[in-house]
Write a protein that binds this ligand. Sequence first.
Ligand SMILES: *Cc1c(COP(=O)(O)O)cnc(C)c1O
Length: 402
Amino acid sequence: MKEKKKSADLALFGGGPAFEDKVHVGRPNIGDREKLLDTIGDVIDRCWLTNHGPNVREFENRIAEMTGVDHCIAMNNGTQALEIAIRTAGLSGEVIVPSFTFIATAHALQWQHITPLFCDIDPGTHNIEPDKVEQMITPQTTGIIGVHLWGRPCAVEALEEIAERHELKLIFDAAHAFGCSHGGRMIGNFGRAEIFSFHATKFFNTFEGGAVVTNDAGLAGEIRLARNFGFAGYDNVIRLGINAKMNEVSAAMGLVGLESVDEFIGTNHQNYLHYQQELKEIPWLSLVTYDESEKCNYQYIVIEIDSPQSHIGRDLLIDILHAENVLARRYFYPGCHRMEPYRSSYSGPALPATEKLSESVISLPNGSSVDRNDISLICNIIRFAIENGPEVTEVHESADRS
Ligand SMILES: *Cc1c(COP(=O)(O)O)cnc(C)c1O
């Protein structure tokens, strides 16, 4: 791994940036390099690059085994997995989703001419609030998509109960929640289907990739058909379908990565505990917590800044971190309902909890590319900025503000 160079002084004190090389949110975790190159070499030697190859089949079995789910259908990315789950589960008309999520949750519906109805969140959990979901149901509503944001399970039982009572279909966007559990049961087992993303920025990746997992055999069959143009055998197309297949090299990355998945989680967890230690004395700041009695991937280090109280606002803190080459992110600012194509025609309810949270949250770097010293330094920057306020925190002109 490349050594991150640290200059002696923080930019705050007038030196160069604290980190000479940029420290990112979402830097990929990669498994054993030699093994990966060998496994990719095998793909090339076999000359079986895609279409239900041995790596994809093994990868699907491993994911199903790890999550205790009957069926795993691997895909080229999480968004297509979501689109296919939505379509095959029979969603149409209007579907209730949170606005405080990555834009793909909404786009996967809108792309298929299904209207996302944006629901507010519980400010404590950051997940959709079941009472608010129930208030939004109309005669056109066919389903609910819950998002397990940061890998923290949403109110699964309450949503199941509402879905059942109103005859709605319930799907979960579990893009953040691979390796997490709820009530001792692995995420993947809830609702009609759940989707994972294995994008490079997620804690476990296949370069690009995703999967639908479900315990419904009939639905799994429909999803397999949809993933491969509706082919039921050579020359035999029995449905409308699309191409959402995972390729063999991505599956190779996944198989090798899975061998290190416990290590990735262990590193994330240690990093999380170190952040917790370093941040706990800082005023006007709180760190998102995880239920230590459940399984969790600890990928997201999310802090909330109490902006009217703190000397500096969230956005200035981000600028300062960027000036120090810490590429923290404003996940998920400004909320889907404030992005196109939803913003221009927005006629839904006010979403005060979503708006407040999207203006106060910062996601900090985690994963195998940050170590204890990096974390201490990042937290020192935050502490200094928050305790001293804008008048003494001078942002470097040369900083990358993107
Ligand atoms: C990453 C993500 C997706 C999309 O997954 P891709 O693999 O990038 O297509 C969907 N929903 C959420 C909440 C995500 O974070």
